[in-house]
Design a protein around this ligand. Structure first.
Ligand SMILES: Cc1ncc(COP(=O)(O)O)c(C=O)c1O
Length: 410
């Protein structure tokens, strides 16, 4: 079934969990295997007289027969079609990592002289790519708090071509009003890209709110098992074709067929995994608020979250499986948690089947963000001296609660 069959408004609305299982998944035409087939071949034979080559300039490489895996591979292509269908987009480009998807977006859309507005807080690797590398190529970059639309208006310039948001953003879990930001961007002739890694298509669909491109680190919830790196950009066919032609092929950071096959298996269970993990995250967030060792908790599903009303509107599928908490003397608590936790791993990353926790100290994070005094004050409003980012996995809730309790109290 083609991806667009699931993306048109005429299609009866299927839940994202069902789309993740079925959309754009076709039995292999040769074997009729129901599971995606791993085709690891780097190249395929082709007919040089094929009509696909004689068309007046092929501007969509995805429309060509498979030739060479940097242009396209059948297993990667199947993942791209499935991701496009789940997110409600026309097409997708898969990349070797989430950061490669951000890089492909920037290189595909921006030229010297263009201006980019990026959220002043977002995944640190993406932020550093934009703030530290892009200016070397003549691209001007402004870091702005995108939850403050007046600040965005003030930062817009005639050369602004792209606004890059992350909602909820890592690690603050601050939200951006994506519908309002898309309107502002479009009124100014700019595009809006949204890194929706923390929300996943189960919780939020940024394209339906007006975003032009949605980015995911597939390494996180969509693969969900901590055993493959990957990234994707999803949007209108012409826009994705531009990214594929300008950046996908020349950046060379293409997804391997093996990773695409693993990620397809993760995608199958995305809905069920997220349903359980976000239920547990909500319960833990409420419980941690009353814990004697914890001084603050941030989770979009808590009424105390400064943008809880926006979260209810913008995340109809739930509030996600990531929360943060603060404690007095965070460095000492980090050592205590690393020693005492028996189930929750003390480690970076998020979105795995097993729970992960890590301290992100505010002073350390400032090395990535370099915020002005007002931005730092806003950062501390969410994060104090540092947050423990807890990515909730699939362990039974009472076991997780008991593990965190004994480690926090020790
Ligand atoms: C929101 C977000 N986007 C992108 C990335 C980068 O993903 P990857 O590690 O797959 O490059 C991360 C990594 O933590 C992330 O949290």
């Amino acid at each position: 079934m083609p991806a667009e069959d699931f993306a048109t408004p005429a299609t009866p609305a299927l839940h994202p969990a069902t789309l993740a299982l079925h959309a754009a998944l076709r039995p292999d035409p040769g074997t009729r295997s129901l599971q995606p087939v791993l085709d690891a071949s780097v190249n395929q034979g082709f007919d040089p007289g094929s009509a696909a080559f004689s068309a007046d300039g092929v501007d969509d490489l995805a429309a060509l027969p498979f030739l060479y895996a940097r242009w396209g591979n059948p297993t990667v292509r199947q993942l791209e079609q499935r991701l496009a269908a789940v997110e409600g987009g026309e097409d997708a480009l898969c990349t070797a990592s989430g950061v490669a998807a951000v890089a492909a977006t920037c290189l595909g859309l921006l030229r010297a002289g263009d201006h980019l507005i990026v959220s002043d807080v977002c995944y640190a690797g993406a932020h550093e790519l934009m703030r530290k590398l892009l200016p070397d190529f003549g691209i001007q970059v402004s870091a702005v708090n995108l939850s403050d639309l007046d600040a965005v208006r003030a930062a817009l310039r005639p050369e602004t071509r792209l606004i890059h948001a992350e909602s909820p953003c890592n690690p603050l879990l601050r939200l951006t009003d994506l519908g309002a930001l898309a309107e502002l961007a479009h009124a100014h002739g700019a595009l809006l890209s949204v890194d929706s890694t923390l929300a996943t298509p189960v919780m939020s669909r940024p394209l339906s709110l007006g975003a032009d491109l949605v980015i995911h680190s597939l390494t996180k919830f969509i693969n969900g098992h901590g055993d493959a790196l990957g990234g994707c950009v999803i949007g209108a066919r012409a826009l994705v074709a531009r990214l594929r032609g300008r950046a996908g092929v020349y950046l060379g950071a293409c997804l391997s067929a093996q990773a695409a096959w693993l990620i397809q298996r993760g995608l199958d269970t995305l809905g069920a995994r997220l349903a359980q993990a976000s239920r547990s995250a909500a319960a833990l967030a409420h419980w941690l608020q009353g814990h004697p060792a914890v001084s603050a908790v941030t989770y979009p599903g808590l009424p105390s979250h400064p943008q809880h009303a926006l979260a209810c509107r913008q995340m109809p599928g739930g509030f996600g499986a990531v929360l943060t908490f603060q404690t007095p003397q965070p460095e000492a608590m980090a050592r205590q948690l690393a020693q005492r936790l028996r189930l929750v791993h003390y480690a970076f990353s998020l979105g795995h089947q097993r729970s992960l926790v890590v301290l992100l100290g505010t002073d350390d994070m400032m090395r990535s963000y370099a915020l002005p005094p007002a931005g730092l004050a806003e950062y501390r409003r969410y994060a104090g001296d540092g947050v423990f980012r807890l990515s909730v996995g699939l362990e039974a809730l009472p076991d997780l609660q008991a593990d965190l309790d004994q480690a926090l109290r020790a």
